[in-house]
Every structure is written in structure tokens, then in C-alpha cells.
Write a new protein. Structure first.
Length: 429
């Protein structure tokens, strides 16, 4: 009994101690837990409140900006950002500030004629306060100036792009220009291709229906809007003419850094003189519809004619020096250029001259097609003169351009093979 009681007391004490310890632990855990949870809750609440407030502010500002009236201004020749803003009665202080800030990322003199600038503003006391300006640069780049908290901030925004290579081919039904356009090639690329061929092709007389073409070129498009794209380099262009001429030209950058076009044996496409010294894309009259007779070269007509609309640019056929630039009887407005190797070229019936004198480089615009002098319609009369005698450009063998040799030729051949593999493996888009 004594023992029992003794044990009983000891056990009860022990149990009580354990209960107290457990209770202590539970209470501590409870307190700590509640405290932390209160703290976390408090912090979260403030953060949410703060963010909500900020978000509302941003939203409000965005809405304000979005609802701000906007102006779309197409840049005309001679316009500057300053003149545009002044013409639209913006606050002078805003104009000064905006131009100062925009200058940090972009020269506002370089706005591109023909592009559209978007200007947002707010009307305060009948005065226009600038909100933002968007100036398009390239197809994937804009200059963006924004009035944030009464301070202008300018930046350049670029959109992500991807590159691809396009192959197009087709049969010529009217002109290379129109047929390539029909097959989906953009105008910029066609103009480049015509330029590449104008050393060796007479675009008025050498191209006929059922001739064929093939073009390989680069294209850059916006990653998230594939309808916006821009063409890049022409890698390859071929023309197979019924006359038996087959031209295959490959793009290649030489050791000296010149990017030019070479044929399959590595001979430069560029010649001393151009066969078509005019923007070939503008020779648009299709075969059946040529309005006036295009005279070939013969005893009575010692030159060749290119029918093209008035104002079509005329190029210097080769590097040289302008010898004559004046009205010349039946020739009308006339230019004579002296080249190397005792060659001269003459251009007649011009509507007007370009501002050139003295030395000119191949492809430089020297004047514009017209119908001055004895002429029945708008056309260029072109003569090639060798040792003082007018000669038939058709039968003329021109000194050919540079031929690649040694290492350079080897590298070219590798590039050419790469292009050919691409031609074989690419589907036509
Ligand atoms: Zn003529």
C-alpha cells in the first residue's frame, strides 16, 4: 500500500510534468504560428494594395495615352521632325524637350520620306501637349518617344525577326519584271536582279516570251507577324533565253570586300559598259503592245532605242568623263561620255539632265528619258562609239570583267556549290 501510494504519487507527478511540457510546446507552436501567419498576411495585404494602386495608375495612364487623340503624318521631302511638330502647333517647350531626348537615340534629320509618323497628344487649355511619338525606321524597328511623368524618354524598339531563303522561278510571258512580279517576287528584288543582268542583257531586245528565270534571295520577316517582311540579298539569278544565251550569276564577296556577281566559271558579270543603261524594270511595254517601232541598229540608225516612260532614270553605262552635255539638233538633249579603251557612249532625247558633270561612275544617274529633238515618242537613243565610229552593241564584244583566280576562285566554287545545293533542296514558295 505504501509502495503503491509512493509509486502512485511519483507516476502522477511524472504525468503532470509531461502534460505541462507538452502543453508548453503546443502553446509555443501556436503562438509562433499565429504570429507568423499574421505577419505574412499583413505583408501580403500591403503588397497587394500597393501593387493594385500602382497597377491602377499604370492602367489609367495607358488608357489616357490610348485614348489620347493621335495624328498620322506622312513625311514629305524636306520635312524634319521639328518642322512637323511646329506645323501641328505643339508646345514649343515640348518640341525642344522631345527633340533633345530623341537625339540621344536617333538623328531626327534621318526621318524617312514617305513613312508615316504617329503622334499622340492631349489637349490642355486648347494647347497640344505631346504624349508620344512613333517613328518607323526599318520594317522591324521604330523610334519611340514617350512622355512619362513629364519627362520625355526616347528609345529604339526592335522586333524579333527570322531569316529565310526564297526560291522563285517562272516562264517569262511579257517582261522579266511583270513575270517575276506575278510569281511573287517583290519589286526591290526584281530591280536588283534586272540591275545584275543589265551588263549582259539588252532588256528591250533580248527577252522574249518563254524565256525562263530563277531567283534565290534572302528575306527577313517579323517573328510574330509574318506578313511584315523585307527582302535581302539576291544570292543567285539565272536567265535562260531562247536566243541560246544562258546566264547563271552567283553572289560572291571578294577578298577586297566587294560583293559582286560572277558566272559559273568565276567571271565577273560586271562589264566595261552596260547593255541596258536605263532602269530595265521601266521597260514595261509588253511584246505585243510596243507603241512605236523600236529600231534596231543599221546603216540608217546607228544606235539602239529603249522605249520607256518619260522620267525613267538613265545610267552612265560605264565609268568615265562627261564630254558633251547640251542640246544637239535632232538628238535633242544629249550626253556623251568618254570611257577607257577608246570607248564612248551617247544618250539622246533626254527630258532633263541629272546634276552631274565631269567624272561619272557606272550606274550613276546622268539624266531622264524624254522625247526631245527628232523623236516620235518617249525613248532613249543609245550609241556605243569605238575609235570614233558608232558600232552595233549587239555584235560588240566587250572586254569582260575581272576573273577570279587561285584561292579566291576556290572559295567562290565552294560558295557556288552551296548555292546550288540550296537550289536543289528548296521548294518554291
Ligand atoms: Zn534611235
Amino acid at each position: 500500500m505504501f509502495l503503491n501510494t509512493f509509486l502512485g504519487i511519483k507516476l502522477r507527478r511524472f504525468a503532470a510534468q509531461i502534460i505541462i511540457i507538452f502543453a508548453f510546446i503546443f502553446i509555443t507552436i501556436y503562438i509562433v504560428k499565429t504570429k507568423t501567419s499574421i505577419q505574412t498576411n499583413n505583408r501580403t495585404n500591403t503588397e497587394i494594395l500597393f501593387e493594385q494602386e500602382n497597377f491602377n495608375k499604370i492602367l489609367l495612364k495607358k488608357r489616357k495615352q490610348q485614348s489620347a487623340p493621335n495624328l498620322k503624318v506622312k513625311v514629305k521631302y524636306g520635312d524634319t521632325l521639328e518642322s512637323i511638330l511646329k506645323n501641328h502647333d505643339f508646345l514649343v517647350s515640348d518640341i525642344v524637350e522631345a527633340i533633345k531626348e530623341i537625339k540621344k537615340v536617333f538623328n531626327p534629320k534621318n526621318i524617312i520620306t514617305g513613312k508615316t509618323i504617329l503622334i499622340k497628344y492631349q489637349l490642355i487649355n486648347k494647347k497640344k501637349k505631346l504624349v508620344s511619338i512613333k517613328i518607323p525606321l526599318q520594317f522591324n524597328k521604330i523610334v519611340f518617344l514617350e512622355n512619362a511623368e513629364d519627362k520625355f524618354i526616347g528609345k529604339i524598339i526592335s522586333k524579333q525577326t527570322i531569316n529565310r531563303i526564297i526560291k522563285k522561278n517562272g516562264i517569262i510571258t511579257d517582261s522579266l519584271y511583270l513575270s517575276a512580279l506575278k510569281s511573287g517576287v517583290d519589286i526591290k528584288t526584281i530591280t536588283k536582279v534586272i540591275g545584275i543582268f543589265s551588263f549582259s542583257v539588252d532588256f528591250q531586245r533580248d527577252i522574249w516570251p518563254k524565256d525562263t528565270f530563277e531567283i534565290l534571295y534572302e528575306e527577313e520577316l517579323l517573328k510574330y507577324d509574318k506578313s511584315k517582311k523585307e527582302s535581302g540579298n539576291v544570292l543567285y539569278a539565272s536567265l535562260v533565253l531562247k536566243s541560246g544565251v544562258s546566264l547563271k550569276l552567283y553572289k560572291f564577296t571578294t577578298k577586297s570586300g566587294d560583293t559582286k556577281y560572277f558566272d559559273e566559271r568565276g567571271k565577273s558579270a560586271q562589264k566595261l559598259l552596260m547593255k541596258t543603261p536605263i532602269d530595265g524594270a521601266r521597260i514595261s511595254s509588253s511584246f505585243g503592245k510596243r507603241k512605236h517601232p523600236i529600231l534596231g541598229y543599221n546603216v540608217a540608225h546607228r544606235g539602239i532605242d529603249f522605249a520607256a516612260p518619260k522620267g525613267t532614270p538613265i545610267y552612265a553605262a560605264g565609268n568615265g568623263t562627261i564630254e558633251i552635255k547640251k542640246k544637239n539638233g535632232a538628238y535633242g538633249k544629249y550626253i556623251l561620255i568618254r570611257h577607257a579603251n577608246r570607248f564612248k557612249t551617247a544618250y539622246a532625247h533626254l527630258s532633263k539632265y541629272a546634276k552631274t558633270s565631269g567624272k561619272v561612275t557606272q550606274g550613276q544617274v546622268i539624266g531622264y528619258v524624254g522625247s526631245t529633238g527628232r523623236s516620235t515618242g518617249s525613248h532613249l537613243h543609245y550609241e556605243i562609239i569605238k575609235n570614233g565610229k558608232r558600232i552595233n552593241p549587239k555584235t560588240l564584244k566587250l572586254p569582260s570583267g575581272k576573273k577570279l583566280k587561285g584561292d579566291e576562285l576556290e572559295i567562290f566554287m565552294e560558295e557556288k556549290n552551296k548555292i546550288e545545293r540550296r537550289l536543289d533542296n528548296l521548294d518554291v514558295y
